[in-house]
Every structure is written in C-alpha cells, then in structure tokens.
Ligand binder design. Structure first.
Ligand code: 8OZ
Length: 360
C-alpha cells in the first residue's frame, strides 16, 4: 500500500499533470457545420481544465469514420482550427488535453456516410442503434474492408495524429474500445477474416497495433495512449469468452511500443463493473507505464485502487459532465451537481456549459 494522493502531480509520458483525475472521453454531439467543434466546446473544455488530463470526446479520423450525428472530426483545416480554440482554452487555464481518435467501423448508417456503406472487419451487422436524422436507428449492414484498404485506415489515424499536433493537443488517445472499428477487429464475433488481420489472437490485434505504431511514430510514443474495453458489450459487441488471452497479448504488444498509457474501461461501459469476470491485474503487470482506469468510479473507489497499486490514473465521465470543477469538489468533499440525462447528446449550452461551479 502507498499513501500517494489523487490530488498531487503525476508524470505522464513527458508531461506533468496536476493531479491523477482524468476527464473521460464523452460524446456530446454538439459539433457545428463541417463537424467543427463549436465555440461552446472551447468553453466546455476550458471549464474542466482543472482535471489532471482531459481526453476529448471521440473524434473522427476521416469521413468514413463517422457513426453518429454531429460528432467532430480532425481531418479538415476548419476542424483543426476549431480544435485549436479548444486546446488554447484548456492550456490558458493550465490544463492538459489529449484528443481521442476514432473510427466507428460498422457502427454507422448510410445517411451519415453520403450513402456509402459502413466498413468493418467482416460483413457482420452489430445489434445496436446509432443517432442519425435526429433520432435513433439500427446501424446499416456493413461491408468487409478489402485487405488493400487497411493501409488507408492506418494512414487516416497517422494523419489525424499529425493534425492533433497542429491543433495544439498534448497527445492522442487511440479509441480501441466500445465496439468501434479497432475493437471489432479484436473480436472473434465481429472478425471472421482469413487474411493477416483475422483468424488468430495475433492477427486480430494487428490493425490496432499498426495504428498505434503509426500514431506513436508520428507524434512520439510518450504522447500516445490507447483505450480498451476487454469485456464491454458496448455497441453490439458479443463476447467470446476468450477475452483474457486476447487482451493480454494486445497489452504486451502495446507495452513494447513504449506508449505512455493504456486506458481500461472495467466491465460494461457505463454499466456494471463486474458482470463479466476479467483479470485486470494481468494487464497491469504486462504494461510498464501508466495504467488509467475508468467506469463507475467514485472518490473512495479511486483512492482504494490507488492505495492498492491497481492503477495510476482514474477517469470520471458522467461526474465531469455535471461538475466542471469536479477536482475541487472531490478535494473539498463537496456535494456534486446531479446529471441531467436529457441533455447528454445534442443541443446547445443547456446541460453542456451551464452546470455551475462551487464558486458561482
Ligand atoms: C455514447 C454515444 C455515442 C458514442 C463510446 C464514442 O462509447 C462513444 C459513444 C458513447 O466510446
């Protein structure tokens, strides 16, 4: 046991963050025309700059990568400029911010893709819905990516990582979780490929590792993190029972790439932490640098995990939506604002930038 505090600085890669509390990536569906983050986004993230680290909402690496209405991108000059206003707002208040880079794969709809069909490891539709045309709809039937198309996917992540540096981000988190493209490749239930990207633990991990390597080469391994959700059924993922060896392999290989952190969603994303047994300590022992955990944490659980050496950093999601000054509130033992679930996705300032801080 150690007596380290959540509220003291921590060295993450080559930066120092002011505490061990991280704002988790949170989709809010409020991007403006051209899928550019709005002025409100700069205000929203700036309000939350006392987090040790902010990880942005999932952000598309290309047009093909979009799966929901009004989620931002990082592949046009306008999007880069929009994100620059966000990173400036956070840095002006002494905060640090990584962008989460995202390709949704099969979790999309033809109406979001200019009539094109979503791409996936295999032509297996997910039993899940997306948000499109101002309502929920079943995701479209996907098509399997040709082997020749895979380098283009890797390149889109590399280019978006380069764009992230231009936009002033401190680093990049590769979204390998929650049933999106890279996670789809990891799963036997979504990936039936017979080329080098399917058919074995090593092959299913290949795309995630190629993407991470390309991002790390572009911006530095010390600025690169990866998010994983080993046993989450998010976005229609069907578990196979073989998650333990699959994810142990992934983490060993990520460790060898020298990246700054892995970010583990424990249990079902936004749901129970322990519905499916999984040995997270076996991932921690395979990774030499920062271990960031998330899902349904509160202050006492985070303190317990820190004291027990189970993780280094702790990401809070819903609590950060409702409490811009979450770090100060946790430190003071203050009451927390309740979350308004009706304003999570889409809309404007209401439920976005109007949650009060303690001092207001
Ligand atoms: C909620 C709604 C839409 C997308 C994830 C990017 O689960 C998401 C997401 C969450 O990682």
């Amino acid at each position: 046991m150690t007596d380290t505090s959540l509220f003291e600085p921590y060295h993450l890669g080559s930066i120092t963050i002011s505490n061990r509390i991280v704002m988790a990536p949170l989709t809010r569906n409020r991007a403006g025309a051209g899928l550019v983050p709005s002025a409100l986004a700069a205000e929203y993230y700036g309000q939350r700059a006392s987090a040790g680290l902010i990880i942005t909402e999932a952000t598309q690496v290309s047009e093909q990568a979009q799966g929901y209405q009004d989620t931002p991108g990082l592949y046009t000059p306008e999007q880069i400029a929009g994100w620059r206003t966000v990173t400036d707002a956070v840095h002006a208040k002494g905060g640090r911010i990584f962008v989460q880079l995202w390709h949704v794969g099969r979790v999309s709809h033809v109406d979001l893709l200019g009539g094109k069909v979503p791409v996936a490891p295999s032509a297996i539709r997910a039993e899940t819905k997306t948000f499109v045309n101002n309502g929920f709809a079943d995701v479209s039937e996907p098509r399997a990516l040709e082997t020749e198309e895979i380098p283009g996917i890797v390149e889109s992540f590399r280019q978006a990582a380069a764009n992230a540096m231009e936009a002033g981000f401190d680093g990049v988190e590769v979204h390998g979780a929650n049933g999106y493209l890279l996670d789809q490749f990891l799963r036997e239930t979504a990936n039936a490929r017979t080329d080098g990207y399917g058919g074995s633990i090593e092959n299913r991990a290949r795309l995630l590792l190629e993407v991470t390597k390309a991002v790390a080469r572009q911006i530095g391994a010390e600025r690169t993190g990866v998010r994983l959700s080993p046993v989450s059924p998010a976005s229609g993922i069907v578990l196979s029972g073989n998650e333990q060896p699959q994810f142990e392999h992934v983490v060993e290989k990520l460790d060898a790439l020298g990246i700054a952190y892995i970010h583990i969603v424990e249990g079902a994303t936004g749901g129970p932490r322990d519905a499916t047994p999984f040995d997270y300590a076996a991932l921690r022992t395979r990774f030499g640098r920062t271990f960031l955990v998330n899902n349904g944490l509160d202050l006492s659980l985070a303190e317990l995990q820190l004291a027990g050496g189970k993780a280094d950093l702790f990401a809070f999601g819903r609590m950060f939506i409702a409490n811009p000054d979450l770090v100060e509130r946790l430190k003071a033992g203050a009451l927390l604002n309740p979350l308004d679930p009706t304003t999570l996705y889409g809309g404007g300032a209401k439920g976005y930038t109007d949650y009060p801080a303690l001092t207001e």
